[in-house]
Design a protein around this ligand. Structure first.
Ligand SMILES: [Zn+2]
Length: 102
């Protein structure tokens, strides 16, 4: 197993999509090769980020100012008249309900 071969397997390894045999080869290699270990770490991070997406952490100040801006934008909007259709949801044809039974 050389670095070039490993390069193709690392994304799969990070996503735990490798079979046991290949996964073991990869994990053995990353223990002795710092270059691949680093790449594997980056893939693993990307995978974990995608799996457990957490919003970026704002400091309280940034959050407060963003919040203020958003609230201001909402308040600046002219109040839209109530759309009559909105009131009919639930009493109209059951387009929100389950599909008709066959
Ligand atoms: Zn390597």
């Amino acid at each position: 197993m050389n670095c070039k071969q490993l390069d193709e397997l690392l994304p799969l390894y990070a996503g735990r999509d490798l079979d046991e045999k290949r996964a073991r080869l990869v994990s053995e290699h990353v223990q002795i090769c710092s270059t691949c270990a680093r790449v594997a770490g980056e893939y693993r991070e990307a995978v974990e980020l995608a799996q457990h997406f957490t919003p970026p952490v704002f400091s309280d100040n940034v959050y407060a100012s963003v919040r203020r801006q958003v609230m201001q934008q909402i308040e600046d909007k002219p109040t839209a008249p109530l759309v009559p259709q909105m009131l009919l949801v639930g009493s109209g044809p059951g387009w929100l309900g389950p599909p008709p039974a066959r």
